[in-house]
Design a protein around this ligand. Structure first.
Ligand code: SF4
Length: 119
C-alpha cells in the first residue's frame, strides 16, 4: 500500500445546465455583473484581480450588455458561450476553478484540503 495520498478528485456537475437529476432549487440561473455583463451564473462575477483567465471570455467588450442589440443572439448564442457549455459537459477539466468550487461533487481521498483550498 502506497503512503502517497491519492489525488482529490471532484466531479463537475454544472448547476447552470438543466438535468433530470437536479431538483427544483438546485439549478443556477444567469448572473449579471455590476460592470454590465451577463454571466452563466452569479458565481462567475468576480473582481478582475481575482478572476481566473478562463472567466475572461465573458468580460469582453463585445459582450457588454450596452454594446449588443440582442442579448440572446449576440451573447448567449455566441461561439464563446456555446463552447463554454460544451466544455463543461465534454471537457470539464478545462473549467474555471470557480466551477469546481461551486459545482464540484465528490469525496476526498487524502486529508483535508483540496487543490482549490476548500475542505
Ligand atoms: S460555477 Fe460554473 S458550472 Fe457552476 S453554475 Fe456557474 S458556470 Fe455553471
Amino acid at each position: 500500500m502506497s503512503i502517497v495520498p491519492k489525488p482529490y478528485v471532484k466531479e463537475l456537475r454544472p448547476k447552470c445546465i438543466p438535468s433530470k437529476e437536479r431538483k427544483i432549487g438546485e439549478t443556477q440561473g444567469l448572473g449579471h455583473s455590476a460592470q454590465g455583463f451577463i454571466l452563466p451564473c452569479c458565481w462567475m462575477d468576480t473582481p478582475p484581480m481575482q478572476r481566473d483567465k478562463k472567466q475572461e471570455i465573458f468580460y469582453q467588450e463585445k459582450f457588454k450588455i450596452s454594446n449588443v442589440d440582442d442579448i440572446k443572439k449576440d451573447i448567449l448564442e455566441s461561439k464563446e458561450w456555446v463552447e463554454f457549455y460544451l466544455m463543461l459537459q465534454q471537457a470539464p477539466n478545462k473549467a474555471p476553478d470557480v466551477c469546481f468550487k461551486m459545482c464540484g461533487e465528490g469525496k476526498e481521498f487524502g486529508k483535508g484540503i483540496d487543490k482549490y483550498g476548500e475542505e
